[in-house]
Design a binder for this molecule. Sequence first.
Ligand code: ZN
Length: 265
Amino acid sequence: MNVILKGILKHNKELVYKRRLIDDIDKITKHQVKAQTVCISCMDCRVLPSKFVNTEVGQIYFLRNAGNIVPHFDDFKEGRISSEGAGLELGCVTNQVKNVVVLGHSDCRAAQALFEIRHSCNHEQYIHTSPMKTWVALHGAKTIEQFCNIYNDKDIPEDTYFMKQPMNFTVNLNGKDIQTILDPCNKFNIKDKFSMLHCLQQASHVQTYPMLKPFLDAGDFQIHALWYDVYTGDVYMFSTSQNKFIEVNEKNIDIMNTDIAPLRI
Ligand SMILES: [Zn+2]
């Protein structure tokens, strides 16, 4: 808490910055400036999307949780709901945001927790001992299903994974099935590959919310997956034309601009 209090004192002292921030918020409120993106990311303290995306106040709605989870809408048929569903409605329906980004990252401890329990992922067994395992097991079941379709790995030691081939699987994004290759250069270890797969799988859950279907059908709504490498600071975007994550850089920016056309937001 000391860090937070010190930070607020510093914020109070930087009067020019504080005044500019209030002015920006005031402009956004008065002119009803719309945010452009809802970003669902992991809560990991090393991942601060507003730092590497370089956004200003009013541009992005951030939703953060353990493991950048987007619960599949089918998980709520019994009348439960999650803050992610409410956040998607607040951003995309109430405030008409047309762009949703799910952001995963390397060395994700929540994704690793899901990876560790992949052979025993009935969430009920963790209810009394681990809210995080319950959470990832409940909403990460489809990640596990995808992973197990690729690897039948019960008896294979973990360290052999690094040497394996890149992962091929199919993900449905924006209503289209995409044949996907994960980590084609075999650069990342198996847990990070798993985290990429998990990020894409969670991104595919966004479209399961019926409230978003009219926007998707109208073609003016897009779902994206980004993945941040905490060791290098590099950010990767899933390219729907390249069928893989590619690094966001000057060399690839034309590919990305084509991928996000016609929305370009
Ligand atoms: Zn994480």
